[in-house]
Design a protein around this ligand. Structure first.
Ligand code: SAM
Length: 297
């Protein structure tokens, strides 16, 4: 049984969660000391606690599959919110279900959905990106994907990294992209900041962001014109190629750096400069080069 637990306010622990925890034969959790406090708040005692975290999930899986197969009720909680959402659990669920055994869920709060619905941004279509990679090409590529995403995007972030992430989002998504920052949800200092990406970056740079944070980014308007001009991209390509980089590597790096599609950069790389029209914004505008070129793989 996957059991959702509060993301800050113990009053959010559901009666069904309490009875499931009470009736479990064994409870797996990230941090036994943390979960013991939750059990004590819920008036549950006598349930054996075992740890299951990122580093021991693989070795726990066969033990848990065996326990479920022999008819034991195994409950899984994380430190907060729903197990499996940027927390351990999904590999275990895949293994239990893959063994043909029943997986059940007691739904509870998750910071991702709580933040999304309180953000005021569109909820009809959204995607969850979890934590962005901290640095390097992987981060640039994911930022680029967020910039081009037409659905609302939900991101988790550590407080100490929120200012940098908001600054990066303003750069790749454009200053005017709507953003919300949901902080300390369900807790005493709950705050939901709403505004543009540039204003969010300025807000976070002013004072250190404290507490737990979810960043919600409004989707890119469909057919939106990228803030990055073809001239910007050509200049970056020129720098890399004149430094000896091969076209393929330069295209990948520039696409990631500017958060734009690789096809657009590749088409610029293989087309001759086009004079003043090159200053028009892309993507796919008059300056975007041949539209039928095949992507180099
Ligand atoms: N499994 C959890 C869930 O379902 O909400 C998420 C766990 S993840 C390791 C922790 C991240 O969730 C935090 O860094 C923050 O981004 C977000 N978070 C958790 N509690 C929060 C809260 N009360 N307010 C805002 N964000 C929260």
């Amino acid at each position: 049984m996957l059991v959702g637990t509060p993301i800050g306010n113990l009053g959010d622990l559901s009666p069904r969660a309490v009875s499931t925890l009470r009736e479990a034969d064994v409870l797996y959790c990230e941090d036994t000391r943390h979960s013991r406090k939750l059990l004590s708040h819920a008036g549950v005692s006598g349930v054996p606690l075992r740890s299951l975290h990122e580093h021991n999930e693989s070795e726990r899986i066969p033990v848990i599959v065996d326990a479920v197969a022999t008819g034991k009720t195994v409950a899984l909680v994380s430190d907060a919110g729903m197990p499996g959402i940027s927390d351990p659990g999904s590999r275990l669920v895949a293994a239990v279900a893959g063994a043909g055994l029943r997986v059940s869920v007691v739904p509870g709060p998750t910071a991702a959905i709580a933040a999304l619905v309180a953000s005021g941004l569109a909820t009809g279509r959204f995607c969850f990106e979890g934590f962005l990679p901290r640095s390097g090409q992987e981060r640039s590529a994911r930022l680029g994907a967020v910039a081009e995403e037409s659905r609302t995007v939900v991101l988790f972030e550590a407080p100490g990294r929120t200012a940098a992430t908001l600054k990066d989002l303003a750069r790749v998504c454009g200053s005017d992209r709507p953003v919300a920052v949901a902080r300390e949800l369900t807790k005493l200092h709950e705050e939901i900041w709403r505004g543009t990406a540039a204003a969010a970056a300025a807000w976070a740079a002013e004072d250190p962001v404290r507490g737990e944070v979810v960043v919600i980014v409004g989707g890119a308007p469909v057919g939106a014109v990228s803030m990055v001009t073809d001239a910007d991209l050509r200049a970056a390509l020129d720098v890399r190629r004149s430094g000896g980089e091969r076209t393929r590597g330069a295209v990948d790096a520039v696409a990631a750096e500017f958060g734009v599609g690789r096809r657009r950069v590749y088409e610029l790389a293989i087309s001759p400069p086009q004079g003043p029209a090159d200053l028009l914004p892309g993507p796919g505008g008059a300056s975007a080069g041949p539209q039928s070129g095949r992507m180099e793989e």
